[in-house]
Design a protein around this ligand. Structure first.
Ligand SMILES: Cc1ncc(COP(=O)(O)O)c(C=O)c1O
Length: 367
């Protein structure tokens, strides 16, 4: 069955030509295209400095190190997010602690963040999950009151806005991913944005073996450099980003209109002052719906509709964290097993939306 994939990178002739130009240029590693991509991406978000790296995970790792997160320090991350958020804190020697999520928006609950802060807390990592920013006004208030660094994880929120400000411009430093499923891609890739020249310089050193100049190493860093191929694709994708987000929002509006009519299924909510960029379209199964989340995923998948659990469970239950003290985020524990994603990307056509809605409409009936 051909089906409707849950995600599909949207690349065209322009990206092909850009990659060929790099091949012909002979300059493959970090060079002029990377510098241009950093400049343009930082401008798009409204930040002073961009530092391109080879993944969103590298971006988080480097940004945490640049802000001197290390042993004995805690960083608060949301209980519902991708693994890399907590893993990179641990890679720096720090300790991730977990804040619960908001029941309606699924992003970090500022009240829970407040409760999670201890004397050891040095930073907070709000995650703009599924394409919608966290409630940054309240989060920044808690951060300010407790002298915390705010490191935005904007890996899922290219083009999203909060009070008219772009995601990635809402804290001290922000990190993006350009993984193939994201709102824009470079194959693999990432970016750190900041207005602080010292943090920017530290990130530049950390991504390239601490090199200030060729073979002049002033600190121990990594090879997290972005390739020219990735930057060439990124420059084209950035020009298309706003149109991609528009199409995602159009698709989301139609899905929401249809799903609102189905008793027991709840569409995502766009928060006050937020512009959702719909990296993912998340549906919640309410009490009383005749099928469980996993049965719904199975039914829709069998009809060729790309569909999967959002995340299988709260993040701190992952085996890799099993030696960590038990945490409990009540709302996240209760909510996460109810969430699933359906296709919303720009290659989902109007007739695909009809197909998805018709399949969802039939879920209440016999198989
Ligand atoms: C919220 C979040 N943080 C971090 C990452 C890590 O990005 P990458 O896969 O580019 O390493 C991702 C990527 O999937 C993500 O969704």
């Amino acid at each position: 069955m051909a089906g409707i994939p849950i995600a599909k990178p949207f690349l065209g002739e322009e990206e092909k030509r850009a990659v060929l130009e790099v091949m012909e240029s002979g300059q493959f590693a970090q060079g002029a295209r990377v510098a241009e991509f950093e400049k343009r991406f930082a401008q798009y978000v409204g930040r002073g400095h961009g530092i391109a790296v080879n993944s969103g995970t590298s971006a988080l790792h480097v940004a945490l190190l640049a802000h001197e997160i290390g042993r004995g320090q805690e960083v608060v991350v949301p209980a519902l997010t991708f693994f890399a958020c907590a893993a990179t804190v641990l890679l720096c020697g720090g300790t991730p602690t977990f804040a619960d999520i908001d029941r309606g928006l699924y992003t970090m609950d500022p009240a829970s963040l407040k409760r999670a802060v201890t004397k050891k807390t040095k930073a907070v990592m709000p995650v703009h999950l599924y394409g919608q920013t966290a409630e940054m006004e309240a989060i920044n208030e808690v951060a300010e009151a407790n002298d915390l660094i705010v490191l935005e994880d904007a890996c899922q929120s290219h083009g999203a806005e909060y009070h008219g400000e772009k995601s990635g411009n809402l804290g001290d430093t922000s990190c993006f991913s350009f993984y193939p499923t994201k709102n824009m891609t470079t194959g693999e890739g990432g970016m750190i944005l900041t207005d602080d020249p010292k943090i920017a310089e530290q990130c530049r050193l950390l991504r390239d073996h601490g090199q200030r100049a060729k073979y002049d190493h002033v600190l121990i860093g990594y090879n997290y450099r972005m390739t020219e191929f990735a930057a060439a694709i990124g420059l084209v994708q950035l020009r298309k980003l706003d149109s991609f987000v528009r199409k995602r929002r159009e698709n989301a509006a139609r899905l929401t209109k249809g799903i609102s009519q189905i008793e027991g299924l709840r569409p995502p909510v766009e928060g006050n002052w937020m512009l959702h960029s719909y990296y993912q379209y998340i549906v919640r199964v309410e009490d009383g719906f005749p099928l469980s989340r996993d049965s719904i995923v199975q039914r829709l998948s069998s009809e060729g509709i790309g569909c999967r659990p959002s995340y299988p469970g709260v993040m701190y239950r992952q085996k890799a964290f099993r030696k960590r003290p038990a945490e409990r985020s009540k709302v996240a524990e209760e909510t996460v097993p109810r969430l699933f994603e359906i296709p919303v990307h720009p290659l989902v056509s109007s007739s695909d939306i009809d197909t998805i809605l018709s399949a969802m409409d039939r879920l209440r009936g016999p198989e």
